[in-house]
Ligand binder design. Structure first.
Ligand code: NAP
Ligand code: MG
Length: 501
């Protein structure tokens, strides 16, 4: 593990992306690239160096208001509302093509802005985003109502339902998969025929702004997608509270998710939330251990553990506990933690100084409460936000490291003796986003899949996503689902039409 010098990190950025990320960036409102009304900007940092990358317009309520007005006009009067469903689908597909044509540039922007390995952005973030848009483009022509067989009304009544776009949508996204989270939000809203005001995370707004350029290039009418950059407490809060927004979709922390719910109450806008997790990953002694050990490693360390569904509570059957802990530790030691643009990088820096402090704080709290840090536990280097892959044992429910989302490369390994015991423990959490079981016993696998109170259960795999698979949380992990046909329900309203013949 070696952290490069600031000069080395900067020398890896291509001239094209260097120019893009370091120039002053404006917001997209009603088809124009504009500064904030106040003229304020905020800094975006390179997490591998801690240096300022760019200055971005700091939007606030006045800018959100302009964007909402533009989205309202585009929804009610513009060419968007008159387009055929097929034309809408073509535009969404075109956007996917444009992202694909610019895959290298997007992957690099993502790596520089978020810190993730370039190689990961290339094979995961960007292709998953294009696939999501393509999948959603197909839905434009398949969002349908029904003719209804009436229950007690006489035959002269005829009724059907229409499924209509919910209207103007506010979308607030986090920094862990910046482009992909934008795609998860925009894709279904566009497919349904909504118009949008999107607020990217202050840490990582750059790929969403580049996407805005491609949205224009694809030919979406002005005002259909507006992108307001700014802080959560100002721009985000203004979106959540805006009286002319019909629906707000949020991904981020459970804490802010609750604020969104309160803010949305003013006009009772629809709300969907994709929030945190503390996902159980259960390895039984009858599993294919080689695969399970590799799977448990990826479950937590993929994207530096900055995944809402990270397998952060690793339950291991007692007789194989030492073997799995040693295996995951050995894998973790081989993870090359270095700057994301380095071709040898397996894990880059955490996204921000705030996250660095937060993650180290969790590790320290675990140690204070009696947990044992088996590997890792420290910051790497003295610039950038690098943390060693960390594995903790001797922790138990009631400790912060077990009960709370760390959102970093930190896994807690917990031994269990009896199947019934782990079946209870896996659900002892306020969250319910995802989880996994590793076993060759298919009956046990399906029993656990059913018993787990979570929106996604993986069997003998982890972190597997597909645009067609709904993703979202039980309990405090959220309301509603992303992706799949399910997400379209959040962007549509059902209207019953009844006729007396
Ligand atoms: P966060 O504050 O929940 O940020 C998510 C998004 O919400 C960002 O766009 C943020 O804007 C915005 N936001 C913040 N406060 C808001 C408010 N009062 N009203 C409206 N929008 C608001 O998450 P974070 O601070 O970046 O990370 C903190 C923790 O959240 C992490 O450690 C992790 O546990 C969790 N998290 C979970 C996910 C997930 O996918 N489930 C993703 C990210 C973080 P700004 O970025 O401009 O503040
Ligand atoms: Mg924040």
């Amino acid at each position: 593990m070696s952290v490069a010098t600031i000069e080395q990190v900067n020398s890896l950025i291509s001239p094209k992306v260097q120019k893009y990320v370091t120039s002053h960036r404006r917001m997209l409102i009603n088809g124009d690239w504009v500064d904030a009304k106040t003229g304020d900007t905020f800094h975006v940092y390179n997490p591998a160096t801690g240096e300022i990358l760019s200055n971005v317009a700091a939007g606030d309520h006045a800018d959100v208001d302009l964007a909402v007005r533009a989205a309202r006009r585009a929804f009610e009067e513009g060419p968007w509302s008159r387009m055929t469903h097929g034309q809408r689908g073509k535009l969404i597909w075109k956007l996917a093509d444009l992202i694909e044509e610019n895959l290298e540039e997007f992957a690099e922007i993502e790596s520089v802005d978020n810190g993730k390995p370039l190689a990961v952005a290339r094979v995961a973030d960007i292709p998953l985003a294009t696939d999501l848009f393509r999948y959603m483009s197909g839905w434009t022509t398949k969002i349908e109502g029904q003719t209804i067989s009436l229950s007690s009304l006489p035959q002269e009544y005829f009724a059907y339902t229409l499924r209509e776009p919910v209207g103007v949508v506010g979308q607030i996204i986090p920094w862990n998969f910046p482009l992909l989270m934008a795609a998860w939000k925009l894709g279904p809203a566009l497919a349904a025929g909504c118009t949008i005001v999107l607020k990217p995370a202050e840490q990582t707004p750059l790929s969403a702004l580049r996407l805005g350029e491609l949205i224009e290039e694809a030919g979406f009418p002005k005002g259909v997608v507006n992108i307001v950059t700014g802080y959560g407490e100002t721009a985000g809060a203004a979106l959540a509270a805006h009286p002319d927004i019909d629906k707000i979709a949020f991904t981020g922390s459970t804490e802010v998710g609750k604020l969104i719910v309160h803010a949305a109450a003013g006009n009772l806008k629809k709300v969907s939330l994709e929030l945190g997790g503390k996902s159980p990953n259960i390895v039984f002694a009858d599993a294919d251990l080689e695969t399970a050990i590799q799977g448990a490693t990826n479950a937590i360390y993929f994207n530096h553990g900055q995944c809402c569904c990270a397998g952060s509570r690793l339950y291991i059957e007692k007789e194989i506990f030492d073997q799995v802990v040693e295996g995951v530790s050995a894998n973790a030691k081989r993870i090359n933690v270095t700057e994301g643009l380095n071709p040898q990088c397996d894990m880059g820096p955490l996204v921000s100084e705030e996250q660095l402090d937060r993650v180290l704080g969790f590790i320290e709290s675990g140690e204070k409460e009696g947990a044992k840090t088996v590997i890792g536990g420290h910051r790497l280097g003295d610039h950038g936000y690098f943390v060693e892959p960390t594995l903790i044992t001797n922790a138990h429910a009631g400790m912060k490291v077990i009960d709370e989302e760390i959102f970093g490369p930190v896994v807690c390994a917990l031994p269990f003796e009896k199947t019934e015991e782990v079946a209870t423990q896996m659900n002892q959490t306020a969250y319910g986003l995802a989880g996994a079981v590793w076993t060759k016993d298919i009956s046990k696998a399906h029993r656990f899949a059913k018993a787990m109170r979570a929106g996604t259960v993986w069997i003998n795999c982890y972190n597997i996503f597909d645009a067609a698979l709904p993703f979202g949380g039980y309990k405090q992990s959220g309301w509603g689902r992303e992706m799949g046909r399910e997400v379209l329900e959040h962007y549509t309203e059902v209207k019953a039409v009844c006729l007396k013949m």
